[in-house]
Design a protein around this ligand. Structure first.
Ligand code: C2E
Ligand code: CA
Ligand code: CA
Length: 439
């Protein structure tokens, strides 16, 4: 939530322009207010420098200018945020059309330094007069929609009153204390989602995923609280909690399924925390009677933020017999030489590529390339987000090693997972292969 002080000049200029538009609005005409927020711009600033990030933003803003009419107004209202006024529209479809044109523009990468990056953005739309009459409230509605757009597949959201429910999420400065309390009061739950061998259909392990069951009965997903924990020191105790909970349960699971591995997500800020290796080693020594069957999933961006330091930590973990997996692979910008230099055993293809792999040729090409790349580097490759039989077949034909997704099972509380694992039978597609393997 990146609300700006109303005092910034861009913000004031925008509101002034919007109020003139509303004053001059011809009878019966509508106006659209769009808020566009760039994701990852801060990381780009850190990696490439402020100047380069600003240039990329400016060139993208010019691109947006190219699809607007002369009467439309575009203004930068915050570090990562643009706002637009589209006056004199005859229907809200015109605002939606402009939004979809802008979202198409991100498909073309922007040049930054010697690289080409695809920017990611969230876009919220509010309409005058349906959503409000005052400039401030219209802009606020567009911001609320933009916040909600972050949770949609295409990054687009039209304002509606139901989105206001989300504003009862605690603000991050309040949530920090609540997370600390929740750790003390044992409100976190460990969920597990199975990982399946795509050749045989066998259960090979699980990914540990956090949930927060709050005393008011609501359950928060990690997308809500992990970023807050990451921005405070709380990510360390939270990671330790997860590691211990996952290893405690996996000991029971490895007793029943000898090759079972449990995967724990390691946040970027946890990785750069000097002690993380010590905490991992301590947790494995407490819970693992034998060689630890632990996989740590680390995102690509996290690994290459501080490559030397990451390489040291990874070497130390590797020496302990802990396997490393690069999560959300394909969404970052790691180079082949960086990849080859790290002791990584597994690549996980992000679900944004896996979903639609049977329909979108670009996704198919990306998935195919990642699988080849992993195999050329002697790594295993896991696809996340398998939701249907067709996607499963597609991935099996490409010889993807393992997979997880709603098609097999949704993440479930650990106790339930243990029962699920006990009665697990591979889906019929695997029948012939399982027969071979077991026979
Ligand atoms: P991730 O590591 O990419 O985890 C996969 C996410 O995809 C999970 O969301 C999972 O529930 C969801 N998913 C699995 N299969 C499917 C499918 O077939 N379709 C769809 N649409 N989604 C699927 P979840 O549990 O909400 O976790 C979101 C993110 O939060 C995770 O993304 C991970 O980055 C983070 N996270 C979760 N638990 C932890 C944790 O213990 N520590 C840290 N640092 N991060 C965590
Ligand atoms: Ca993961
Ligand atoms: Ca992912």
């Amino acid at each position: 939530m990146n609300r700006q002080f109303p005092g910034t000049p861009g913000h004031q200029r925008f509101l002034l322009g919007l109020s003139r538009t509303l004053l001059d609005a011809p009878a019966g005409k509508l106006a659209g207010v769009l808020v566009i927020r760039f994701r990852h711009l801060h990381e780009i600033q850190v990696d490439y420098g402020y100047q380069q990030a600003e240039q990329a933003l400016a060139s993208f803003a010019r691109r947006i200018g190219g699809v607007l009419r002369d009467v439309d107004i575009i203004e930068r209202i915050g570090d990562f945020t643009l706002a637009l006024t589209l006056p004199a529209l005859s229907g809200s479809q015109q605002a939606e059309l402009a939004a979809s044109r802008i979202l198409e523009l991100v498909e073309v990468p922007v040049e930054i330094g010697n690289d080409k990056l695809t920017l990611k953005l969230d876009l919220g739309v509010a309409m005058y007069p349906a959503d409000g009459h005052a400039p401030e409230s219209l802009l606020r509605c567009a911001e609320v929609a933009c916040d909600a757009a972050a949770n949609t597949v295409n990054g687009y959201q039209r304002y509606s009153e139901s989105l206001e429910d989300r504003t009862d999420l605690p603000r991050s400065y309040l949530m920090e204390r609540e997370i600390a309390d929740a750790l003390r009061n044992d409100e976190f739950r460990l969920y597990m989602q199975p990982k399946i061998d795509l050749r045989t259909g066998a259960l090979t392990g699980a990914e540990a995923l956090l949930r927060w069951d709050r005393p008011d009965g609501r359950q928060f997903r990690p997308d809500v609280f992990i970023p807050v924990a990451e921005n405070s020191n709380l990510i360390v105790p939270l990671t330790i909690w997860t590691l211990n909970a996952a290893l405690r349960s996996s000991d029971e699971l490895t007793a029943r399924f000898p090759a079972f591995t449990v995967a724990v997500n390691l946040s970027p800020s946890a990785l750069s925390h000097g002690d993380i290796f010590a905490h991992v080693a301590q947790a494995t020594s407490i819970w693992c009677s034998d060689q630890p069957q632990l996989v740590l999933e680390i995102t690509e961006t996290a690994l290459f933020k501080e490559p030397e330091r990451a390489a040291q930590t990874l070497d130390a973990l590797h020496a302990e017999g802990i396997r490393l997996s690069i999560d959300d692979f394909g969404t970052g910008y790691s180079s082949l030489s960086q990849l080859a230099a790290l002791r990584v055993g597994e690549l996980k293809i992000d679900k944004s590529f896996v979903q639609g792999v049977t329909r979108i040729e670009k996704n198919a090409q990306i998935v195919r390339s990642i699988i080849d790349l992993a195999h050329n580097f002697d790594m295993t490759v896991v696809a996340e987000g398998i939701e249907d039989a067709q996607t499963l077949e597609f991935l099996r034909a490409l010889e993807c090693d393992a997979g997880q997704g709603f098609y097999f099972a949704r993440p479930m509380p650990v106790e339930q997972f243990i029962d699920w694992a006990d009665s697990y039978q591979p889906r019929p597609q695997f029948a012939s292969v399982v027969g071979l393997v077991q026979g």
